[in-house]
Design a protein around this ligand. Structure first.
Ligand SMILES: [Zn+2]
Length: 344
């Protein structure tokens, strides 16, 4: 009992720390961006390249206006794309992170309404055919929903809580998170290249190594490694249609309730049980093989289901992911071929 109380205190402390970090880290990132802007725009492009001091000129560092203007233009472009994506990500995290409504505290598994699931021909269920229940939210969990301990709420297609991005990465924010990481490593990669090149040059020609340049270079390297590593991992998960939560649950067997009557009961995938949600909605339960991911549509379709169907949707942080619309009556998310085969 004492150990359990200690574990709960430890977990509450970790959650509290993550919440504080989710406010402090974005502020720290904004401060680092402001500093990098001062270094690249003013110190490098204006004071070093376009209007070098007389002592720099004596060391052979002459004015290079076109280089300064070109680098300035590219810096503004990459910074603009990164900031717009970051603002869009924060806006969706704060306004629409995919929170499932709370149920009535008096509801339990026997009394809670199941109308929501009756609109779909198939849904994830337990072995009896009922949807998955959340004790904390007193409500059913829609497919791919995970209860998030940071917010104390069920989140649709929960990926992870990211203090660097300022909150929950989920069904609604995953696309903007990927764009944030992509433009993040493009922007920090550009910073890294520009600062490193001119730091080496000024060190070689004028024996100058300004502290501001070195600090900006160190932060650019840190954020570049972070955003690039996260982008590769997240994009790999996207190509398999896995969330971070699902990666950790890999190999899990899913029960799926399917509307209608099974054609035969003598196949290896014979139904486990039947459940009637309403007089017109009877479902039979099948289970997936642990090696199958029920939503793996193949790499191209997996990526399109989140990023969109055109190159503009992939690059511009405006439209929501197609998979967040839930307009297909077959299931909340499009089922993998293996699940469609089970149904047939
Ligand atoms: Zn919950």
């Amino acid at each position: 009992m004492a150990i359990r109380g200690e574990e709960e205190r430890q977990s509450a402390l970790e959650i509290g720390t993550s919440r504080v970090l989710a406010v402090l880290l974005p502020l720290f990132e904004i401060a680092a961006i402001a500093h990098a802007t001062y270094v690249v725009v003013y110190l490098i492009c204006v004071a070093y390249l376009m209007h070098p001091s007389s002592s720099l000129r004596e060391d052979g560092i002459l004015p290079r206006n076109s280089t300064g203007v070109g680098l300035l233009f590219l810096y503004c472009l990459f910074l603009f794309l990164f900031l717009v994506t970051y603002m869009r990500l924060l806006q969706v995290i704060w306004t629409d992170p995919g929170v499932v409504p709370l149920g009535d505290p008096s509801w339990d598994k026997r009394s809670a309404p199941t109308k929501y699931f009756e609109q779909y021909d198939s849904y994830i269920c337990d072995h009896t055919g009922m949807p998955i229940w959340c004790e904390e939210c007193h409500n059913w969990k829609p497919d791919r929903t995970h209860h998030d301990s940071h917010t104390g709420r069920c989140i649709r297609k929960m990926d992870h809580f990211c203090p660097w991005a300022g909150g929950i990465i989920s069904e609604t924010t995953f696309k903007f998170f990927i764009q944030f990481l992509f433009y993040g490593f493009v922007y920090t990669g550009y910073l890294l290249g520009v600062i490193a090149y001119f730091l080496a040059e000024s060190s070689r020609m004028a024996n100058l190594r300004p502290v501001h340049w070195i600090v900006a270079l160190a932060f650019a390297a840190l954020f570049f490694l972070f955003t690039f590593g996260m982008f590769m991992t997240t994009f790999y998960n996207l190509s398999l249609n896995y969330t971070t939560v699902e990666v950790m649950q890999r190999g899990r067997i899913h029960h799926i309730a399917m509307h209608g009557k099974p054609r035969t009961t003598s196949t290896p995938t014979s139904p486990l049980s039947e459940v009637t949600l309403s007089p017109s909605r009877t479902y039979f339960v099948v289970e997936t093989d642990g090696t199958d991911h029920p939503w793996d549509l193949g790499p191209a379709a997996n990526m399109k289901s989140v990023m969109g169907h055109s190159i503009l949707e992939w690059l511009i942080p405006l439209k929501m992911s197609p998979c967040a619309s839930h307009t297909n009556a077959v299931g909340e998310f499009e089922w993998a071929h293996s699940v469609r085969a089970l149904r047939r």
